[in-house]
Design a protein around this ligand. Structure first.
Ligand code: AMP
Length: 146
């Protein structure tokens, strides 16, 4: 069952965290790695992935790390707003395949919303242009508060 069970260290986010797969990085510290979603639901869709933990979803993540994780989610969300000027931002995460989860290492989505642009369906986004992603990541990183 995708909602429970053993953590599988072969998931793509674990590989990215180990440096075995590439990502378009925005920032990294001891707690998290933040990078661009390569199938974005909207321009600037990014992900915050906690490091040094085997957590499939919110339910098996250590409670004492929720504060540090969401401090970083808030910092990234503020930077996305400053860099890309969206009209709104969705901050979300999914638990279990029937809820929409496809990668079973806890992560938080930060999805800018633009009033005049449609939102792509979750996991039905088209592959992003890598140069555009790198440009967005650079702009978001430059807008991060200290
Ligand atoms: P979820 O469905 O909540 O597990 O979200 C997984 C997200 O990861 C989706 O939005 C995918 O577009 C995104 N994704 C899948 N593979 C990669 C990858 N290699 N690098 C960045 N994002 C990815």
């Amino acid at each position: 069952m995708s909602l429970t069970g053993a953590y599988d260290g072969n998931n793509i986010f674990a590989k990215i965290l180990r440096g075995e797969a590439p990502c378009v990085k925005i920032f990294e510290d001891d707690e998290v790695l933040a990078f661009m979603d390569i199938f974005p639901q909207s321009q600037g869709h990014c992900l915050v992935v906690p490091k040094n933990v085997e957590a499939r979803n919110l339910t098996d993540f250590p409670a004492e790390r929720l504060g540090p994780l969401f401090q970083r989610v808030q910092r990234l969300t503020r930077a996305v707003i400053a860099a890309l000027s969206p009209d709104g931002v969705i901050v979300t995460q999914f638990n279990g395949a029937p809820a929409g989860q496809t990668i079973f290492h806890l992560h938080v989505h930060v999805i800018p919303r633009y009033a005049n642009l449609p939102l792509q369906a979750h996991n039905q986004g088209k592959p992003a242009d890598m140069e555009a992603l790198k440009s967005q990541a650079t702009r978001i990183a430059a807008a991060l508060e200290p």
